[in-house]
Design a protein around this ligand. Structure first.
Ligand SMILES: Cc1cc2nc3c(=O)[nH]c(=O)nc-3n(C[C@H](O)[C@H](O)[C@H](O)COP(=O)(O)OP(=O)(O)OC[C@H]3O[C@@H](n4cnc5c(N)ncnc54)[C@H](O)[C@@H]3O)c2cc1C
Length: 528
């Protein structure tokens, strides 16, 4: 028997993991003329979870596409351009974040005050709408772009070891029966949580501090009914309720429903370990049936639905690495940690990390010391994960208390819309870190209010907490989030942004230019 030939690569950077994050990172590095290898243990197209994008994530994708001159990637940053330029790549329309708060074993019901709802629009019309990425198509499309740009792509490759060398790292493994050796100046780990370097270097799980242990079950379905067909609203919502990331929240967990344009719908549930035990989550499909039985209105939505893939059971959803970088390696944020799908924080965290890491790798040539810059990268990556964890932990604690949950969620929406606006104005330093976590006032308040919610306050303590959250939001509220007249249905209104010019350190005409440039308004606004 003859063994397959030995493959030996010598590159500037090797990226491990070819999800959207690894493929995009490899593509950008190649655009800077670096020699890049992209290594994948599986092969495309393949199922991947994590599908719902956000305005900030899309803006970051747009920024990266512009900076690295990637005109074939840029259309993926908006529903309209995606539809026109890449109709071959599956996608869903996401006009906002829809939350319904359910009482177990009761049909969903609400009044015109929307006490058990929260609808936050993310875009004023479909053309500039956000998207759900159908990852089998999307990730594959990015890998094809990376290969076309000259990235050496090795799929079906099982990497076994990683060791430091001078300079750089040496990775070794097996591909289709033959040995592989890669000498690289730097390793970017994009292989997801508990991924390649975590195992090869035994980095260890720091665990979560605030969030209770959580589990998840999920898959793709066809024939999922529309909520707005089954339960039409008496008033006109700010966007079609189902063209969104739909969250069905109940005490101890929540269900997501994300519709794609290819007839498929992604759905699943994240839940506390206690809820998971009650449902016997490890049984997958049977647990899903038990969950639907507990949520009769969601059950109606899934009455004719059929899972198109086996259920995935994730016994430990959250993860946080102890270390994020070494002398010649770094984990992308998506490999350094995952908190929860709630609020779709994974993509923006990952894209922010990609931007930062690319800057570091460009600023220093292979072989020179990047220690200080990588230490900064590690610090901000862990800070952002930590802040996200606290907010999500507070939200889990408030799942049985919709008014408090909604107030905490508005902290996210305030930070996200403010960050998007200042970035679009070309002033990213006004939004330090994801969720403004590096902001001396907002960041501290967000963390402290989230932790205060963990004790499930009642009575005066709860009222005081809600008032404190409102005070934290006010200086950053550019979307009418504190207007009680909106009754927790928040459309995107250009007037809100214009009226908030002062908070953005901008004048009226700068805001008008921003609105026109970003396609939020299609006709010229009158100046004045
Ligand atoms: C249940 C769930 C739902 C989520 N929903 C959302 C959401 O709606 N919105 C959002 O923003 N974020 C969400 N996230 C987070 C999101 O999934 C991640 O941010 C995103 O998938 C990161 O993409 P990635 O390309 O870094 O990693 P992945 O998509 O995990 O891709 C990693 C790739 O690396 C490969 N790989 C793994 N190990 C190796 C190895 N040893 N060698 C070579 N290759 C390897 C894998 O095969 C895979 O192709 C969710 C996370 C979970 C767990």
């Amino acid at each position: 028997m003859t063994s397959a030939p030995h493959l030996h690569l010598d590159v500037d950077v090797v990226v491990v993991g070819s999800g959207f994050a690894g493929a995009l990172t490899a593509l950008c590095l190649r655009r800077r003329d670096l020699r890049v290898a992209l290594v994948e243990r599986g092969r495309h197209p393949r199922f991947a979870i994590g599908e719902s994008s956000t305005p900030l994530a899309n803006l970051l994708l747009e920024e990266i596409a512009d900076r690295y001159d990637l005109p074939r990637i840029r259309p993926f940053s908006k529903w309209g351009t995606w539809q026109r330029a890449r109709s071959d790549v599956g996608v869903g329309l996401k006009r906002g974040f829809t939350f319904f708060f359910h009482r177990p074993r009761e049909p969903f019901g609400d009044d015109d005050g929307h006490e058990r709802q929260l609808l936050v629009a993310a875009s004023p019309h479909d053309e500039v709408g956000d998207t759900h990425w159908y990852r089998p198509d999307f990730d594959h499309a990015l890998v094809i772009e990376a290969e076309a740009a000259g990235v050496v792509y090795l799929d079906e490759t099982r990497l076994e070891t990683a060791r430091e060398a001078t300079p750089g790292m040496v990775l070794e493994g097996v591909r289709r029966g033959g040995r592989v050796r890669i000498d690289a100046g730097f390793v970017v780990d994009a292989s997801g949580p508990r991924g390649f370097l975590d195992r090869a270097l035994d980095l260890g799980d720091a665990g979560t501090e605030w969030l209770p242990d959580t589990e998840a079950i999920y898959t793709h379905f066809d024939r999922v009914d529309r909520w707005d067909r089954l339960f039409p609203s008496r008033q006109t919502p700010p966007y079609p309720i189902d063209d969104a990331a739909v969250h069905h929240v109940f005490p101890g967990g929540w269900v997501w429903v994300l519709r794609f344009n290819n007839g498929l719908t992604s759905a699943g549930a994240a839940m506390t370990r206690e809820t998971a035990r009650t449902l016997a989550a490890h049984e997958g499909a049977a647990a899903w049936s038990r969950l639907l039985h507990m949520l009769p209105s969601v059950q109606a939505q899934f009455a004719d639905a059929r899972a198109t893939l086996p259920f995935v059971y994730a016994p430990r959803l959250a993860f946080r690495a102890n270390r994020v970088r070494g002398g010649a390696w770094a984990l992308l944020p998506s490999a350094a940690g995952v908190i929860d799908p709630l609020l779709s924080t994974g993509f923006p965290l990952t894209l922010l990390g990609i931007e930062r890491l690319l800057e570091i790798l460009e600023a220093t040539r292979p072989g020179s010391s990047r220690d200080a810059a990588l230490a900064g990268y590690e610090r901000v990556t862990l800070d952002e994960l930590d802040t996200t964890e606290r907010l999500v932990a507070g939200l889990y604690a408030a799942m049985a208390d919709p008014p408090l949950f909604k107030r905490l969620a508005l902290l996210y929406f305030a930070a996200a819309s403010y960050s998007e606006a200042v970035r679009r104005l070309g002033r990213p330093s006004m939004a330090p870190g994801f969720l403004l976590c590096g902001h001396p006032r907002f960041g501290v308040e967000l963390r402290e209010c989230s932790v205060a919610a963990l004790s499930r306050p009642a009575g005066d303590a709860r009222d005081l907490l809600i008032a404190r959250i409102d005070r934290a939001i006010e200086p950053f509220d550019i979307a009418g989030l504190l207007d009680p007249g909106r009754k927790d249905w928040y459309p995107v209104k250009t007037d809100d942004l214009i009226a908030s010019a002062r908070k953005l350190d901008a004048n009226r005409s700068e805001i008008q230019c921003l609105l026109e440039r970003s396609g939020f308004v299609t006709t010229r606004l009158e100046s004045g």
